[in-house]
Design a binder for this molecule. Structure first.
Ligand SMILES: [Zn+2]
Length: 363
């Protein structure tokens, strides 16, 4: 038996931190490379941050592919970079994490949106140059520093924050399931008390501050509630999923991606629907179902197939989702008992039916 939890080296959250990037990078090395989209680099230059005297900017090619990873690795070697900063929404961050791991140098992650719990983790997703999923790569260490500038996150569209809450919503339920069946987490061990406590406080924070944070984000206000939700989405959910594990919600998310119409929806929006279906799948109490549906309703996460773009939910299409969710290596098998595609199919129908009933639609 082995229990395991992993954490980023440092997590720093506050207002105006990006202006101090050179100072933070300086504690990890002398020659820093900033990998970000051309748009971000341009806006940083326009803001006339002095850090470009010491930090070398490199425009991210747009895809975390083997080709781009090779290109960045060559730059790291030729410029003798000793710390890499990945700034952006996801793929630039993942590229920075992987290339830093290969070069054995520290990585600083600067998320500009709070839409998923990936920034703190020690894994990253690799795609083909055309953007088709290829593989998940695991790093030897978690990021040395995750630097979250609340002002930048507050200026991003609110849908990102809401999606991040959808991703974070899964954390506690999946942690509970994985612990109940004593399955392994995402870092290769059983969960710890610390991991589970963090997953639980992630859920409690969402219920307590979700709505206030959404309103703050709509007005680009950095309030304490907003800061709490950013922390829940990035730090608490990040440690929670990696150190406690994933189960049905992410498996159902993966199944939903089989339907092309769901591709326009963000990871967290599909994961949130996976949570709803997961509650029905696992026989959650009516009180808990009420609590989670109310939360999703309040902050604007999808409750029905139609709200995920699935306007033609024919049985064979839903069965394809259910079957994909139950592949042999799927995290759905970390739920208690034997989970079949038929059970998932019924849970999907139930999640949508209750959603429609709550929306006052015919069922
Ligand atoms: Zn996720």
């Amino acid at each position: 038996m082995m229990q395991k939890a992993v954490f980023p080296g440092q997590y720093i959250q506050g207002i105006g931190l990006v202006q101090r990037l050179a100072e933070f990078a300086g504690s990890f090395g002398k020659r820093a490379l900033l990998l970000a989209s051309p748009r971000i680099i341009k806006s940083l230059k326009q803001a006339q941050f002095s850090f470009f005297e010491t930090i070398v900017p490199e425009a991210f090619g747009g895809e975390c592919s083997r080709l781009e990873l090779k290109r960045i690795s060559e730059i790291i070697a030729s410029k003798r970079i000793d710390v890499i900063i990945g700034m952006g929404g996801g793929k630039a961050i993942d590229t920075a994490k992987i290339t830093a791991d290969w070069a054995d140098i520290p990585v600083i992650v600067v998320p500009t949106i709070a839409s998923t719990d990936a920034p703190c983790s020690g894994c990253a997703v690799c795609y083909s140059p055309q953007g088709v999923f290829e593989e998940v790569l695991f790093q030897k260490r978690n990021p040395a520093l995750v630097l979250v500038d609340l002002q930048i996150i507050a200026e991003a569209p609110v849908r990102f924050l809401v999606s991040g809450m959808g991703d974070a919503l899964a954390t506690w339920f999946e942690a509970r399931s994985v612990n109940a069946t004593k399955s392994y987490n995402e870092c290769g061990g059983l969960s710890t008390l610390a991991g589970r406590a963090i997953a639980r406080i992630c859920y409690d924070t969402l219920l307590e501050y979700g709505m206030l944070a959404k309103i703050a984000n709509l007005q680009h206000i950095v309030s304490p509630a907003f800061a709490n939700i950013v922390e829940a989405n990035i730090l608490l959910s990040g440690i929670g999923f990696e150190s406690c594990g994933i189960a049905s919600a992410h498996a159902i998310h993966n199944g939903l991606t089989r339907l092309p119409e769901t591709h326009a929806f963000y990871h967290g929006e599909k994961v949130a629907f996976g949570v709803l279906a997961g509650l029905h799948l696992t026989g959650a109490s009516s009180q808990e179902i009420e609590e989670v549906y109310s939360f999703c309703e309040e902050i604007g996460l999808p409750l029905t197939f139609a709200e995920l773009g699935i306007t033609n939910p024919q049985p064979e299409r839903l069965m394809a989702v259910a079957t994909a969710s139950c592949e042999p290596a799927s995290s759905i098998h970390k739920e208690a008992g034997i989970i079949t595609a038929e059970m998932v199919y019924q849970a999907l129908l139930m999640a949508d039916a209750l959603g429609r009933a709550r929306r006052g639609q015919s069922i």
